[in-house]
Design a protein around this ligand. Structure first.
Ligand code: HEC
Ligand code: HEC
Length: 296
């Protein structure tokens, strides 16, 4: 057989280098298209919610609060635990969404771990399968569905509330048209605009306090990005914006306050990581990732 000449070697090397360059260019292009798409999505979101932040920044501290109708939100806060919205005391919003336990109740009724009520304002589609669009529709669903409050229709709820003078007056203070079914829903929607998990370590890091995260947590953050968890867990809440494989991606912000995860209420964060795409990691890396999640 003829030995490869010097020239063929050069040709092969050049072809390989060309292919490698093309591959790198395509990879870089795909990356920048994704970054641009996510930035555009953030820009629209910030406009809708009145958030004052640069949409080009990938990670921002969560707000303490957003512009909202304060009397309506106060009303919503009381409706969140109001018996008249629900079939039983165990079915008021606040029973399944315990605000001092990360917005969930790990022992909630119905066989499915609640998704958190915190940071839900960032989302536009809701429920595990993303089947409900818009926060008002979600609130109506939660009130009416026999899986949740089982409180009947919102008009029924409004009638029950109207029987009480004090409640009627509170609605008159918050709304020019007073107590209506739509305003019952709106009060809960306004209240959701006050529910954030701000001021966690990662929020401080995002506001420029570089020592807010220690070395292990920072390494976990690097792995979070290099393993492309951010393909799905992106945006202010690190999630909530996308439905992937028929499942709505939950926000990871505030996860340090929750003690159970995924619909089956798994309590071990390490097994949750293992069940994620690209979650098959060395023990050290997995622990670093878990350490990072604790800063959220
Ligand atoms: C019996 C328990 C229960 C009650 C009562 C309840 N929820 Fe939920 N909530 C859940 C569960 C379970 C989910 C997750 C359902 C899913 O993902 O399909 C959820 C999801 C949510 C979400 C997050 C949706 C998402 O996709 O991120 C919000 C916000 C919410 N509920 C608000 C409320 C409000 C407001 C009320 C009262 C009007 C309420 N919930 C009453 C159990 C409950
Ligand atoms: C392809 C999209 C996708 C990628 C990539 C992804 N996730 Fe997820 N993640 C999801 C979805 C969807 C759920 C909810 C699954 C469910 O409800 O059954 C979830 C749930 C979680 C939860 C549980 C949250 C909770 O409160 O219950 C954690 C923690 C998590 N992911 C971490 C990660 C980490 C760490 C990575 C990277 C190694 C990652 N995810 C990569 C889509 C993704």
């Amino acid at each position: 057989m003829e030995k490869p000449t010097h020239r063929t070697t050069v040709i092969v090397i050049c072809a390989l280098a060309g292919a490698a360059t093309l591959f790198c260019a395509a990879w870089w292009l795909a990356g920048s298209v994704k970054a641009a798409r996510q930035a555009a999505e953030r820009q629209e979101l910030y406009k809708r919610l009145g958030i004052d932040a640069d949409p080009k920044r990938e990670f921002i501290p969560l707000p303490d609060i957003l512009p909202h109708n304060a009397p309506a939100a106060r009303l919503g806060q009381s409706l969140f635990v109001d018996r008249r919205l629900a079939r039983s005391p165990y079915r008021v919003c606040g029973a399944c969404h315990r605000l001092n336990e990360g917005g969930i109740d790990a022992r909630a009724l119905g066989g499915m771990l609640p998704r958190t009520a915190y940071n839900a304002v960032f989302a536009d589609v809701f429920l595990h399968d993303g089947s409900v669009t818009g926060m008002p529709a979600l609130v109506r669903h939660m009130i009416g569905s026999t899986n949740f409050c089982a409180g009947g229709s919102v008009s029924n709820v409004a009638e029950r509330l109207a029987a009480d003078d004090k409640t009627r007056k509170m609605f008159q203070l918050a709304y020019t048209d007073g107590l209506t079914a739509d305003n019952v829903v709106n009060a809960l929607v306004e209240y959701q605009r006050t529910l954030f998990t701000s001021r966690r370590k990662f929020d401080y890091w995002c506001s420029g306090r570089t020592n807010a995260l220690d070395a292990a947590q920072l390494r976990g953050f690097d792995i979070f990005r290099s393993r492309r968890c951010t393909d799905c867990h992106y945006g202010p809440a690190l999630g909530t914006l996308k439905v992937a494989d028929g499942k709505k991606v939950p926000g990871l912000r505030g996860i340090s306050q929750r003690r159970a995860y995924l619909p089956d209420a798994t309590t071990n964060i390490v097994t949750v990581i293992e069940r994620m795409p690209k979650g098959d990691l060395e023990d050290d890396d997995r622990d670093a990732l878990a350490a990072f999640l604790k800063t959220l």
